[in-house]
Design a protein around this ligand. Structure first.
Ligand code: EPU
Length: 420
C-alpha cells in the first residue's frame, strides 16, 4: 500500500460543478446481491473506491467473472463455484457480511469471516445471526460465521434491532427462500430502496422498501442480464455541502437528490447555507461564517444521518454559537474531535455526545484520519482553515471517496496528494 497524505492550503472559495460519485453504501450490497443472479449483472456508475475493489475481489474468489470498464462493472455469477469468503477480504470492511445472506440464497450455505469496517464503537453482528436463524439457517459462530439452510422457507420475521446491514442481509436471503418473507422493523435508508430496485430488476418482487415492513416474493427464475445504475452518493453530497459551508462558495452538485437528504439540507439551511434545486442537481451557496444549528442528533433514516455527523462537527467548530452533537447510532464516532482540537476547535467530548463552541477560524495542522467520515471531516475543516493542513491516514478516506483531492481541486481548493 502506498502511504499518502492530502495537503490542503485553506481559505479558497469553492465554485463550479461536481458530478457526484455513485453511492458507496448503495453499491456494496448490490455487488453482494450479484451472486444471487445466475446470469450477468451490469453495474453502471460504480464508484472507484477501495471497498468496491475489495468486494470485486471477493466476487472473483467465489468464481464470478468480473470486469470493469471505467465506471461500468460487469459481474457474471453463472461461473460461481464457492460459498466461503474469509480472511483479509472480509476483515477490512463491514459490508462483507452481506455475502452471508446472498450466498445462502444462491447455494444454501455460506461461510464468511468476521466483518471489519471503521471503528465507531461496538459493531456486533447479533441482529444478522438472529435473522438468519429465524429464516431457518443453522448458524455457527467460531473463527468465521458458517450458515447452512437445506430448506429455506419464507416467513414473517421481526428484526430485533434497527440495522441497515441486517435488513439488507434479510432481503438477500429472502430471495432464495420458498414463499413470501415479511421483514418487520426494517431499516428505511435510501440504500435499502436501491437494493430493492436491483432485486426487482432481477425478477424478485420486493414491496415496502423505505418503510418499516418489507415483503419479498422471490422469483422462481432470475432474468438474464440485469442492469443497474448506482444512485448518487448522498453522504458524499453532504460532505461537499459541508466543504462549501467551511470555505464559502457556490457549487452545483450534479445528480444530488434532495429527497434522500432532507435532514442534511434542512440542518445546513439552518446554518445559513442556501440551496436551489434545478434539473441537474442541487446548487449550494454559502457566504460568511456559518451559524450554529443549536443541536444535531443523529438517528436512523429519515433522521439526521450518522455518516454526516463528523463533517457537520467540523463546520460547527467555526459556526457562531454553541452546538450539542449527539450520535444515537454509533456510540463512539468522535475520533475526529481530537484532530479538530489540534486545529484550534473548542470541543468537549462526553459520552455519546460532544459540545462545540464555535471559534472564528481553525488553523492548519498535521492531522490524521482515524476512520472514513472522520477523514472527510478533516478535509472539510482544512478547506476553511487558515494555512496548511496535512492529513495522513488517507487510506480510510479512499474507502469511500473517489479521489477526494481531485473533486476539491476541481472546485478551486488548493489541494494535492503527496506520497510518503
Ligand atoms: N448493530 C447491532 N447489531 C447488529 C448490527 C448492528 O447492535 O447485528 C448496531 C450497530 O452497532 C449500530 C446500529 O446497530 O450501533 C446501526 O448499525 P447498522 O447495522 O445500521 O450499520 P451498518 O449496516 O453496519 C451501514 C453503513 C454505515 C452507516 C450505518 C448507519 C454500509 C456498508 N455501512 O452500516 O456507513 O453508518 O449503516 O447508517 O452500508 C460509512 O459509510 O462511513 C458507514 C459507516
Amino acid at each position: 500500500m502506498i502511504v499518502s497524505r492530502i495537503v490542503i492550503e485553506g481559505q479558497r472559495r469553492l465554485c463550479g460543478e461536481l458530478e457526484l460519485q455513485g453511492s458507496k453504501n448503495g453499491v456494496l450490497p448490490i455487488l453482494a446481491a450479484c451472486v444471487i443472479n445466475r446470469g450477468v449483472s451490469v453495474i453502471e456508475n460504480c464508484p472507484e473506491l477501495s471497498d468496491v475493489e475489495n468486494t470485486l475481489l471477493i466476487l472473483q474468489s467465489l468464481g464470478c467473472t468480473v470486469s470493469r470498464e471505467g465506471h461500468r462493472v460487469t459481474v457474471d455469477a453463472s461461473t460461481l463455484n464457492g460459498s466461503a469468503v474469509c480472511g483479509e477480504m472480509t476483515g477490512c470492511m463491514r459490508s462483507s457480511i452481506g455475502f452471508l445472506g446472498a450466498l445462502l440464497a444462491r447455494t444454501g450455505s455460506a461461510e464468511v469471516g468476521y466483518p471489519g469496517g471503521c471503528a465507531l464503537g461496538a459493531r456486533p453482528i447479533d441482529i444478522h445471526i438472529d435473522l438468519l436463524r429465524r429464516l431457518g439457517a443453522r448458524v455457527e459462530c467460531g473463527g468465521s460465521v458458517k450458515a447452512v439452510c437445506t430448506d429455506p422457507k419464507g416467513s414473517r420475521i421481526r428484526l430485533k434491532g434497527l440495522s441497515v446491514g441486517a435488513t439488507e442481509n434479510a432481503m438477500l436471503f429472502a430471495c432464495g427462500c420458498r414463499g413470501i418473507t415479511r421483514i418487520e422493523n426494517a431499516a428505511a435508508e435510501p440504500e435499502i430502496v436501491e437494493l430493492a430496485e436491483f432485486l426487482n430488476a432481477m425478477g424478485h418482487r420486493v414491496k415496502g422498501a423505505g418503510g418499516r415492513c418489507i415483503e419479498i416474493t422471490p422469483a422462481s427464475t432470475c432474468r438474464g442480464t440485469v442492469v443497474h445504475r448506482v444512485h448518487p452518493d448522498r453522504i458524499a453530497a453532504a460532505t461537499y455541502i459541508c466543504a462549501v459551508m467551511s470555505a464559502g462558495g457556490d457549487v452545483l452538485l450534479c445528480g444530488a437528490r434532495g429527497c434522500s437528504m432532507a435532514n442534511v439540507v434542512r440542518t445546513a439551511a439552518n446554518m445559513g447555507c442556501e440551496f436551489r434545486y434545478d434539473r441537474r442537481g442541487l446548487r449550494v451557496s454559502a457566504n460568511g461564517r456559518p451559524t450554529s444549528p443549536g443541536r444535531i442528533i443523529t438517528r436512523p433514516h429519515p433522521g439526521f444521518p450518522t455518516d454526516a455527523q463528523p463533517m457537520f462537527t467540523a463546520v460547527c467548530s467555526v459556526a457562531s454559537g454553541q452546538t450539542l452533537i449527539e450520535d444515537t447510532v454509533f456510540s463512539d464516532r468522535f475520533r475526529q474531535c481530537g484532530e479538530l482540537i489540534k486545529m484550534g476547535a473548542d470541543i468537549t467530548v462526553e459520552s455519546g455526545r460532544v459540545r462545540v463552541k464555535g471559534v472564528r477560524e481553525l488553523q492548519g495542522a498535521e492531522v490524521k484520519a482515524y476512520d472514513l467520515r472522520g477523514g472527510a471531516a478533516m478535509a472539510v475543516a482544512a478547506v476553511g482553515a487558515r494555512g496548511r493542513t496535512v492529513i495522513s491516514g488517507t487510506e480510510y478516506i479512499d474507502r469511500g471517496y473517489q479521489r477526494i483531492e481531485q473533486s476539491l481541486a476541481a472546485l478551486g481548493a488548493d489541494v494535492e496528494r503527496t506520497d510518503g
